[in-house]
Design a protein around this ligand. Structure first.
Ligand SMILES: Nc1ncnc2c1ncn2[C@@H]1O[C@H](COP(=O)(O)OP(=O)(O)O)[C@@H](O)[C@H]1O
Ligand SMILES: [Mg+2]
Length: 253
């Protein structure tokens, strides 16, 4: 197996409080790995450690090794900005740039990187919006309407398009559908299924049915520890650890 992401002895803190304890796992490339577990168990902290976002929070520290296609992202001299360019992230609450047009939302990252050729920008914007299953809905309005004018589900797909535009290898999604209605949720789930042909996807979800539907692998976290990570089907039918079984059968959490 070619690990898209290898995590070794990862520990993370907020001030003196340890949020992650000795996490070790391998996330296969071009598959979907879901992270589940009760609120506060460290799911968001974990994914933020995968693109060096954790360290941007006040008093937050991290120790350990995260390797992405052979690059130790916490290695000496590795720039967090470069790391974040290779790893797209989508959050629970869609966060388009509200005053920018739909087009500019998608083009923003490229423009920041000095990309200015109109025709190439048009191409990337179209490809990204198509990749996020939003193109047909916005192609006639994307230069006039703002990101904020879209529905919640469309805004989330716009955020996915914005992440796709910088051509990342990995997409991190922290509860990307939990603020959305069921139809928008199912569109996002279909989209995840498409995207995994090209990207390594890590999705945090508190919705176990969602994990069962979209994920190839599922990892269960509890109190900052990884309890187990296995094929989704096994996790939901025959987990190895009693605590996983208790959680998925609704005995706590
Ligand atoms: N910005 C923060 N400052 C201090 N503590 C935090 C912060 N964010 C999260 N925590 C704490 O870290 C632990 C893990 O939180 P989090 O990763 O958000 O869990 P989850 O995403 O599974 O709900 C919790 O105990 C939470 O209270
Ligand atoms: Mg969270």
């Amino acid at each position: 197996m070619d690990p898209g992401i290898r995590v070794q002895e990862l520990n993370a803190w907020f001030g003196g409080t340890q949020a992650l304890h000795d996490i070790g796992l391998e996330i296969p490339s071009r598959q979907v790995t879901a992270i589940i577990g009760p609120s506060g168990c460290g799911k968001s902290t974990f994914v933020r450690c995968l693109n060096r976002m954790h360290e941007t929070l006040p008093n937050a520290t991290v120790k350990g090794k995260v390797t992405i296609s052979g690059l130790d992202i916490y290695g000496k001299g590795v720039s967090p900005v470069t790391v974040r360019r290779r790893i797209g992230m989508v959050f629970q609450k869609p966060n388009p740039f509200p005053t920018m047009s739909i087009y500019d939302n998608v083009a923003a990252g490229l423009k920041l990187n000095g990309f200015s050729n109109r025709r190439q920008l048009d191409e990337v914007v179209q490809r990204s919006l198509e990749g996020a299953a939003l193109w047909d809905e916005v192609k006639d309005i994307m230069k006039k309407k703002s990101g904020a004018s879209l529905s919640g589900g469309q805004q989330q797909r716009l955020c996915i398009a914005r992440a796709l535009a910088i051509e990342p290898e990995i997409m991190l999604m922290d509860e990307p559908a939990s603020a959305l209605d069921p139809i928008s949720t199912s569109k996002i789930e279909d989209l995840i299924f498409q995207l995994k042909q090209q990207f390594t996807i890590v999705i945090v979800t508190h919705n176990m049915q969602q994990a069962a539907r979209v994920a190839d692998l599922t990892g269960f976290f509890l109190m900052g520890k990884l309890i187990e990570l296995d094929k989704t089907e096994k996790m939901f039918t025959n987990p190895s650890d009693k605590r996983t079984e208790d959680y998925i059968t609704g005995r706590f959490g």
